[in-house]
Design a protein around this ligand. Structure first.
Ligand code: TPP
Ligand code: SF4
Ligand code: MG
Length: 285
């Protein structure tokens, strides 16, 4: 175990006081410290949103991508160097307003990356518009009369797409979320954690109190090994929203199926010889 301060940078977080992003940041630093990782042992890949500001506050290799595109960038990094541990931080707008397809394909591919969704049911960075996860009737500056559509169901999508580790955490319970992050990282394959992350500035409905009142922890007897049961859990909402590991399955990863990276990663494979390169280039001259 190493100190959580190992992952600090000279920058002080500029999230609004009380933002749930602080809880996720703390949970992640504690998990990394428990794993004994150094900042050079992993790559963080961020989307664009308040969550993405973490690129400045967490010391590691990192890439802040385009809005909606952290997953494909993370997949590219993993395939270029499959020895690296890759963690994606994404917003709910980021993931489901733009780029839902990336989640679906990463899940069915079972590529070995960990994804942590900052689920605040709103667009935080752009000052409070409706996110696809927002509940029906939620009033924001982009839907002043209330949202008309049904919200997307992040867990339901992950279950249907074939993710092999699916969990839900809460930024208000840091030790619990830390434990989920540790288990997700330890899992071989695509792991997805939907973390309820109160946006104290733009979402006055789904507050810390609201989440505390409306969630429960899955009991030990819940096996987390039946995709059908996990889907039933994904549909639980309202007064009874489950937290914990909803589904887990051991399965070969996408990388396991690529013989070219079986012995060493692509970055350690020598480039094609000069002659081959020249012949290729000459075709275009
Ligand atoms: C391609 C593209 N589309 C839209 C935007 C504008 N934009 C930036 S952040 C954001 C929404 C952020 O919401 P979310 O992903 O939920 O992150 P949060 O700020 O809540 O953490 C939008 C629409 C952008 N930067 N790039
Ligand atoms: S706007 Fe919301 S999500 Fe963004 S930093 Fe403030 S509280 Fe957090
Ligand atoms: Mg959001």
């Amino acid at each position: 175990m190493i100190s959580t301060s190992t992952f600090n940078t000279p920058c002080t977080p500029n999230w609004c006081p009380g933002c749930g992003d602080f809880g996720i940041w703390s949970a992640l630093r504690r998990a990394l410290s428990n794993l004994g990782w150094k900042p050079s042992d992993f790559v963080m890949v961020y989307g664009i949103g308040c969550h993405g500001h973490m690129v400045n506050f967490l010391k590691s290799y990192a890439f802040e991508t385009l809005h909606g595109r952290p997953i494909p960038v993370a997949e590219g990094i993993k395939l270029a160097n499959n020895k690296l541990n890759v963690i994606v931080m994404a917003g709910d707008g980021d993931t489901f307003g733009e780029g839902t397809n990336h989640l679906v394909h990463a899940a069915r591919r079972n590529i070995d990356i960990t994804m942590i969704l900052h689920d605040n049911q709103v667009y935080g960075l752009t000052t409070g518009q409706t996110a696809p996860t927002a509940q029906k009737g939620f009033k924001t500056k982009s839907t002043p009369y209330g949202v008309l559509e049904e919200p997307v169901n992040p867990i339901g999508i992950a279950v249907a797409a074939g993710a092999t580790f699916i969990a839900r955490g809460f930024a208000g319970d840091i030790p619990f979320t830390q434990s989920l992050i540790e288990q997700a990282i330890a899992h071989k394959g695509f792991s997805f954690i939907d973390v309820f992350q109160p946006c104290v500035t733009f979402n006055k409905i789904n507050t810390y109190q609201w989440f505390s009142d409306h969630t429960y922890y899955l009991p030990k007897e819940y096996g987390a090994n039946d995709r059908g049961e996990a889907y039933k859990k994904a549909l639980e909402w309202g007064d009874k929203i489950p937290l914990g590991i909803l589904y887990k399955e051991e399965k070969p990863t996408y990388e396991d199926g690529i013989p070219q990276i079986k012995d060493k990663p692509i970055i350690e494979t020598p480039l094609p010889t000069r002659e081959i390169m020249d012949a290729f280039i000459n075709e275009f001259i």
